[in-house]
Design a protein around this ligand. Structure first.
Ligand SMILES: NC(=O)C1=CN([C@@H]2O[C@H](COP(=O)(O)OP(=O)(O)OC[C@H]3O[C@@H](n4cnc5c(N)ncnc54)[C@H](OP(=O)(O)O)[C@@H]3O)[C@@H](O)[C@H]2O)C=CC1
Ligand SMILES: O=C(O)C1=N[C@H](C(=O)O)C[C@H](O)C1
Length: 265
C-alpha cells in the first residue's frame, strides 16, 4: 500500500526537490500540496513542474485535510508557518515529517506533548543529510575530550533563521557531554557587537550567509597544541532527499515526536 503524502512548500528550493523525490518513489503518493498561493490549481499548471503532475494545491490546510486522506504531512516552509501546519496535521492525526527549521524550544515541547496525546508519530529533523547526522554524532564524541569548541555554519543568503537548525542541534548534542564553561579570555570584550557569535553555555556559534553557498558546517575543537575540525558540506538539495524518504517510512511506525534523525539511524 502506498503512503499518501501532503507536502507544504512545493515551490521552494527543498519543496521542489521533494516533489521530484516523492513522485518518483513507487511506494509514495503525493495526494495534495499546501501553499500560500495558487489555490485550486494543480502542480502541473505551474511553470516549474511537469504538465502531467495532477496534484491539487490548497491554501487552506483544514480544507486540504478534509478533502484528502493522508498518512504523512511533509513541511518545508518557514518557521512560523511550519509550526502551525505541524500542529494542525497532528490534530487531524496525520503524521508530520518536518524539515523546516527555526522552531523555539517551547514550540518543540508543545508539539511533543500533542503528538503523545494524539498517539501519532512526528519527526522534526533539522538536517536530513546522512553526512550531517554523522558530523553531529562525531562532534558529540569529540566534545567529551575537547570541551573548547566553536561552530561555524555557512548558508546561502536567502536563509531566514540564524543560527541554522543544524548548528543548534549540534550544540545541544555537544552540551549533553561538554562541561559548561565560558571559552576565550575571561576578560575578552567585543569592540564590535556580535564579533564572538552567539553564546550557548559559553560555546560560540557563528553564522555566515553568502550567495553561492548551499549548507555547510565546521565544528572546530581546540586543545593543547592541536585542533580538530569536523565538517560537512551539502552541495545541493538532493543531499537531503534520502533522509526525507527514511523519515516518511519510519514515522508510520512511531507514536511520539522524535527530534533529530540521529535518533532513528
Ligand atoms: N531539514 C533539512 O535537512 C533542511 C531544512 N531546510 C529548511 O527547510 C525550510 C525551507 O527551505 P528552502 O526550501 O530553502 O526555503 P524556500 O524559501 O526556498 O521555500 C519555502 C517555501 O515555503 C513557501 N511558503 C511560505 N509561506 C507559506 C505558507 N503559509 N504555506 C505554504 N508555503 C509557504 C514559500 O513560498 P514563497 O516563496 O512564495 O514565499 C516557499 O515556496 C527552511 O526552514 C530551511 O531551513 C532546508 C534544507 C534542508
Ligand atoms: O536553510 C537551509 O538551506 C538549511 N537549513 C537547515 C538548517 O537550518 O540546519 C538544514 C541545512 O543546513 C540547510
Amino acid at each position: 500500500m502506498a503512503i499518501n503524502i501532503i507536502l507544504a512548500g512545493p515551490r521552494g528550493r527543498m519543496g521542489y526537490e521533494a516533489v521530484q523525490m516523492i513522485t518518483n518513489e513507487e511506494s509514495f503518493r503525493l495526494v495534495a500540496c499546501l501553499d500560500h498561493k495558487h489555490d485550486g490549481l494543480t502542480l502541473g499548471e505551474l511553470e516549474q513542474f511537469r504538465d502531467d503532475l495532477q496534484v491539487p494545491i490548497y491554501t487552506d490546510f483544514d480544507t486540504c485535510l478534509k478533502q484528502h486522506q493522508a498518512d504523512v504531512f511533509v513541511d518545508l516552509t518557514i518557521p512560523e508557518v511550519g509550526y502551525k501546519h505541524t500542529k494542525t496535521a497532528l490534530q487531524y492525526k496525520v503524521r508530520p515529517v518536518v524539515g523546516t527549521t527555526g522552531f523555539t524550544d517551547e514550540q518543540l515541547s508543545e508539539l511533543k506533548e500533542l503528538a503523545k496525546e494524539q498517539k501519532r508519530g512526528c519527526i522534526i529533523a533539522p538536517n536530513f543529510a546522512i553526512g550531517a547526522i554523522l558530523m553531529m554524532k562525531f562532534s558529540k564524541m569529540a566534545a567529551k575530550y575537547f570541551p573548547d569548541v566553536e561552530i561555524i555554519e555557512k548558508h546561502h543568503d536567502q536563509k531566514l533563521d540564524a543560527p541554522s537548525g543544524t548548528a543548534k542541534k549540534t550544540a545541544e548534542l555537544i552540551q549533553d557531554v561538554r562541561e559548561s564553561k565560558k571559552q576565550g579570555h575571561p576578560n575578552e570584550e567585543e569592540t564590535l557587537p556580535g564579533a564572538r557569535g552567539a553564546d550557548m553555555n559559553g560555546m560560540r556559534i557563528h553564522s555566515m550567509r553568502l550567495p553561492g553557498l548551499v549548507a555547510h558546517q565546521e565544528v572546530i575543537f581546540g586543545g593543547a597544541g592541536q585542533t580538530l575540525t569536523i565538517s560537512h558540506d551539502s552541495m545541493n538539495r538532493a543531499s537531503f532527499m534520502d533522509g526525507i524518504k527514511e523519515c516518511v517510512n519510519q514515522v508510520m511506525d512511531l507514536e511520539e515526536l522524535v527530534y533529530g534523525l540521529e535518533n532513528l539511524l
